[in-house]
Design a protein around this ligand. Structure first.
Ligand SMILES: Nc1ncnc2c1ncn2[C@@H]1O[C@H](COP(=O)(O)OP(=O)(O)OP(=O)(O)O)[C@@H](O)[C@H]1O
Ligand code: SF4
Ligand SMILES: [Mg+2]
Length: 410
């Protein structure tokens, strides 16, 4: 879109989380409101990772928080465990949140500065089971995320680095053994080497804890490597949803193509591309009529201002059988060292294959990062919202394609 629709939602038994027509608006003075999220829908199958990408301010964090009902959305349904979270009482909602956890965008400010790390991690156990920070699961969890329980447990957040704080956030979110983990830009505040460690840690824990994940980020390379499917957001709407490989190889929406074209190339001699996005994101207080992307879309036509394009499925892709993980991805963390496990130090990650990502990307694909049970149809559903039915990605590189198809000068 930016448009609406649910044609991309899947009808299968293993859908864990289904978001339908989610709307989040923030009231302003004089009757105005911020249209932060405007009728988006997506679903996530068990064990799947859905990447959520888009420019700053497009509504990614608002979507993550709306799933957690913090605050409750203005409209739409969040179906989890066969229940609509929006309709639950406060008590029922608190109970559901043990199975649905979120890692927040800023690792340091999301931790209570007055509490010790052990108490922060033990909070869920204390609330739900009356257990304290001496429960053995707290030390085990700290060790799981690569922190030395003896040294890190008694510190406070300001005595730790950003990467260590992010490990604490992950430990806190996993202590109650959730089913779904929403990661809101978990690595964007970290330097590149620490990003790789945290991403690998998340991949390992996902396999070990059998997690289903929503992974929010603006770094397209990071999202590509960690996600099974990717949803692209623009100004509170979803433009395109597709399996990760397909979306990056053949973007079906002009906005996705422009986003990919704007990724810098790790080649000092490469010419700067003109095919990236120009202009600013319009104000969500008064979004454009019709397709919200029309004010920046090189293919916009009169039709785009009058009608909001609806989600339309692409041709079904092949069902792929993926290899089972070697050892389930567990066992890549070992004896904790001084604060952080030495095997997670910058030299240690075992990058099985380079990502081919642009400069600055820390994403690393590791053996065992592919989850079992993905020999199903979950990878083949793609859809986009654009009135241009004929818009087809060619076999060219995203940059060349974007120039040609979006009419940018070559
Ligand atoms: N509490 C709030 N009150 C008013 N407006 C808000 C509030 N929270 C978010 N917004 C607005 O909603 C829109 C979406 O914000 P959101 O934080 O979800 O964007 P984002 O995609 O996560 O951006 P970033 O990549 O910078 O984190 C923005 O225009 C933002 O200013
Ligand atoms: S061609 Fe029209 S409908 Fe398609 S993305 Fe551009 S403005 Fe939106
Ligand atoms: Mg955000």
């Amino acid at each position: 879109m930016a448009g609406s629709g649910t044609a991309h939602l899947r009808d299968q038994d293993d859908i864990v989380l289904r978001v339908e027509g989610l709307v989040v608006e923030f009231p302003l003075e004089k009757g105005q409101k911020v249209h932060a999220v405007s009728g988006i829908s997506f679903d996530i199958a068990k064990g799947e990772t859905l990447g959520l990408v888009g420019e700053s301010g497009c509504g990614k964090s608002t979507t993550g928080r709306a799933i957690m009902q913090a605050p409750r959305p203005t409209g739409g349904k969040i179906l989890f465990d066969d229940k609509d979270l929006s309709g639950l009482s406060a008590d029922e909602l608190r109970r559901s949140r043990t199975k649905l956890q979120m890692i927040y965008q800023d690792p340091i400010s999301s931790l209570n500065p007055r509490r010790r790390v052990k108490d922060i991690v033990a909070e869920g156990l204390s609330i739900w089971e009356g257990k304290g920070s001496d429960d053995p699961r707290v030390n085990d969890m700290l060790a799981e995320v690569g922190l030395d329980p003896e040294r890190a447990g008694s510190r406070r957040p300001h005595e730790m680095s950003g990467g260590q704080c992010q490990r604490v956030s992950i430990a806190r979110s996993l202590i109650m053994r959730p089913e779904v983990l929403i990661c809101d830009e978990p690595v964007s505040a970290l330097d590149v080497s620490v990003q790789a460690q945290i991403l690998n840690l998340l991949e390992d824990l996902k396999a070990e804890y059998n997690l289903t994940m929503v992974f929010i980020a603006h770094d397209l390379a990071v999202v590509k490597n960690i996600s099974d499917r990717v949803a692209v957001m623009y100004l509170g709407k979803i433009c395109e949803v597709a399996p990760s490989d397909q979306l990056y190889a053949q973007p079906a929406h002009p906005y996705t193509a422009a986003l990919l074209a704007s990724i810098p190339e790790p080649d000092p001699d490469a010419k700067h591309s003109d095919a990236g996005l120009g202009g600013e994101l319009p104000s969500p207080v008064d979004p454009p009529s019709g397709c919200r992307f029309r004010t920046r879309c090189p293919r916009a036509a009169d039709l785009c201002a009058g009608e909001e394009p609806q989600m339309r499925r692409g041709r079904p892709g092949p069902v792929r059988r993926l290899p089972l993980p070697a050892g389930g991805g567990a066992g890549t963390r070992g004896r904790p060292g001084d604060g952080v496990d030495p095997r997670l130090s910058p030299a240690a990650p075992t990058a099985a294959e380079p990502t081919g990502s642009p400069v600055g990307s820390a994403a690393v694909v590791r053996p065992g990062s592919v989850r079992p049970g993905q020999d199903r149809d979950t990878r083949s559903v793609s859809a986009r919202t654009c009135c241009q039915a004929s818009w087809q990605a060619s076999a060219q590189s995203p940059k060349a394609r974007s120039k040609k198809e979006c009419g940018a000068p070559s």
